[in-house]
Design a protein around this ligand. Structure first.
Ligand SMILES: [Mg+2]
Length: 447
């Protein structure tokens, strides 16, 4: 209607800087009254002289203010762990996390994280390859794109880079954080809203020594921090590992749930012995006992023993989840945002698990508090995590990189509140742990 257009035009503000909000532009939801022209009144015969409209959108303003992706920075932070973390494939003494900072044309920004375990020993992506993929391929593809179009951004990243799920996940996470901050809502709200405020959180015992692990577990129970323990095994002979698990279960009794993660180390023959022995000593769950590609072996183990079998490395996104579910190759899915290729795809993995009647578990790549906050946001929208979570990543590190650390209490971890991921990076900590800054400082000091 011409009257309405004219009314909007009259409210047009003077020239604005890019990203600046027009204070005179009609607000969404505002009621605006316009005069109906005599010509229109004559046509529709008996209308009122004035009509009131509610502003639901202003296309001119919308086009002008669509935020664009302006800058994406990715860098590695190296943070020491509180102790050696002994896995079947390596021993971690530090975690190298990739942090992404994304800035948009309206001044909004987002934080993301892409992290793997043990350099290149866990999966085909390393901290260095994640930074390289973002800097060289993903960031250039996204420059100038609409920051609200996260599905489009993901499609663009897929077009420019095959695989590289962790790198894509880090950028996607930053886009969700920025969108949430722009709208003033949490990422959980963007995924349908929070159902739970906190969730159970397991601790991983991975010192490699039974007595040390027992002392550590007893401390965790006494502090009311954890009573679910995952033991990292697979480095020693199967019988030795089963005896190690048995000693810890016997010491802790019913005060704790004991589970193991083999990280693909066993052959099918090893796994048959292992699963039988583990369930006999009271272990409740075994995670990824054989290589991810041996789906038939996972199916056989799932079928043949009472102990629950969980898929982890085998789940590289929705396609793998569908394959594992259709071949009945797991009782439980360990759903990880990074391994799935982002929050949207992790949510798809959750949905496939739910549809197939497969139990769910919130998995970690031992992320810092950034990736952990993203996982908390996403999994707070899932009604039933039958096996809880392992969102303890920040606790394994000697230092936290947030201004306000996540809250662990009464065997649970709380979902951070606030817009986006609900977290703020501590700039001094980031500066201290950044590998590129450390390198330049080192060069100055050494030369
Ligand atoms: Mg695992």
């Amino acid at each position: 209607m011409r009257g309405l257009t004219a009314a909007l035009r009259r409210q047009k503000a003077p020239q604005l800087m890019r990203g600046q909000r027009n204070p005179k532009a009609p607000d969404i939801g505002k009621l605006i009254t316009v005069r109906v022209s005599p010509k229109t009144r004559a046509r529709i015969d008996t209308g009122p002289r004035h009509r009131t409209f509610c502003i639901v959108s202003n296309p001119r303003q919308a086009v002008r203010n669509v935020p664009k992706i302006e800058q994406i920075d990715a860098f590695i932070v190296d943070i020491p762990t509180i102790r050696g973390h002994v896995l079947s494939m390596t021993t971690m003494r530090a975690q190298s996390a990739v942090i992404v900072r994304l800035r948009c044309s309206d001044g909004s920004d987002g934080i993301g994280e892409g992290t793997t375990i043990g350099g290149l020993s866990y999966c085909p992506e390393s901290p260095e390859s994640i930074v390289s993929a973002i800097d060289t391929y993903l960031a250039p593809a996204l420059m100038g794109q609409e920051a609200n179009g996260i599905a489009h951004a993901l499609a663009l990243m897929d077009r420019h880079a095959r695989g590289n799920r962790i790198a894509k996940s880090a950028v996607e996470m930053a886009l969700w954080d920025a969108l949430g901050k722009r709208l003033g809502v949490s990422v959980a709200q963007l995924f349908g809203g929070q159902i739970v405020q906190d969730m159970p959180v397991a601790w991983t015992l991975a010192s490699g020594n039974s007595d040390t692990d027992i002392v550590e577990a007893e401390q965790m129970i006494a502090l009311r921090r954890h009573n679910i323990f995952k033991l990292k095994i697979g480095k020693r002979a199967v019988r030795e590992d089963v005896a190690h698990v048995g000693r810890i279960k016997a010491a802790l009794g019913d005060s704790a749930s004991i589970r193991v993660d083999v990280n693909q180390a066993w052959s099918l023959a090893d796994a048959r012995w292992g699963l039988k022995g583990l369930q006999d000593v009271g272990c409740e769950l075994v995670e990824q006992p054989v290589q991810a590609r041996f789906v038939n072996a996972m199916a056989e183990l799932t079928r043949s023993y009472e102990i629950a079998v969980m898929a982890d490395e085998a789940l590289g996104g929705p396609e793998d989840a569908l394959s594992m579910a259709s071949r009945k190759a797991a009782d439980v899915f360990a759903v990880k945002i990074a391994q799935s290729g982002g929050l949207m795809r992790a949510r798809d993995v959750v949905s496939i698990g739910q549809a197939a009647g497969i139990a769910l578990y919130g998995g970690t790549m031992l992320e810092t508090a950034v990736g952990t906050a993203a996982a908390l946001q996403l999994f707070s929208t899932v009604e039933h995590l039958a096996w809880g979570t392992e969102f303890f990543g920040p606790l394994l590190l000697k230092d936290d990189i947030l201004t306000t650390p996540l809250t662990y209490r009464d065997f649970r971890v709380a979902v951070p509140q606030g817009a986006g991921l609900g977290i703020t990076l501590d700039p001094a900590k980031i500066d201290f742990y950044r590998r590129d800054k450390a390198r330049s400082l080192h060069a100055v000091a050494g030369e």
